[in-house]
Write a protein that binds this ligand. Structure first.
Ligand code: AR6
Length: 178
């Protein structure tokens, strides 16, 4: 199936997704936090925190997998996006792209076929939402092109505006590659 047909955008709460793996926009400690990280830990229950305590944290751009406990998904892939402020924009883009690609790779390695992402780094970490959407779509599209272990990627946006930006990024890339 063509890469663009393997990517979809929805508006909603990622904790209710029934995909194989949901991605968490965590921090380097992997001990939970606010935003989507807090929502995932609350919905998964205390087992998630206990497993995270064994992982030794995670560097920005890297990813680590745990079980999903009370969530409908089978796995949670924890990745850490860049804090936007203070980084040269190119470095921020590269780190954000690495977070998406390494999260996908980690999901594929445990056997996930469907993965849902939140808009990593666009909340507390301050990444401009339009730029983040372009990086997310481009890096996932490239990864899917060379790796067919993941069948579908769903971008779960928390607002209509975020969903519009992700759909626009897919449309722009589709046009470029036509
Ligand atoms: N489902 C989908 N998206 C959500 C949800 C949800 N339930 N809740 C929030 N978002 P953020 P970051 C969106 O701040 O910028 C945490 O404290 C939100 O609207 O969760 O990567 C961590 O522990 C935004 O677009 O993650 C770190 O310390 C996007 O998720 C830090 O925040 C990401 O916002 C990570 O910051």
């Amino acid at each position: 199936m063509a890469v663009f047909d393997r990517m979809e955008v929805v508006e909603g709460d990622i904790t209710t997704e029934t995909v194989d793996a949901i991605v968490n926009a965590a921090n380097e400690t992997l001990m939970g936090g606010g935003g989507v990280d807090g929502a995932i830990h609350r919905a998964a229950g205390p087992g998630l925190r206990e497993e995270c305590e064994t992982l030794g944290g995670c560097l920005p751009g890297q990813a680590k997998v745990t079980g999903a406990y009370d969530l409908a998904a089978r796995w949670v892939v924890h990745t850490v996006g860049p804090v936007y402020e203070g980084l040269p924009p190119d470095d921020a883009d590269k780190l954000l792209g690495a977070a998406y690609v390494n999260a996908l790779r980690a999901a594929a390695e445990v056997g996930a076929r469907s993965v849902a992402f939140p808009a990593i780094s666009t909340g507390a970490y301050g990444f401009p939402t339009d730029q983040a959407a372009r990086v997310a779509i481009l890096s996932v599209a490239r990864a899917l092109e060379t790796d067919d272990r993941i069948e579908t990627v769903r971008f779960v946006c928390f607002s209509e505006d975020q969903a519009r930006l992700h759909r626009a990024a897919i449309a722009a890339l589709r046009q470029l590659s036509a």
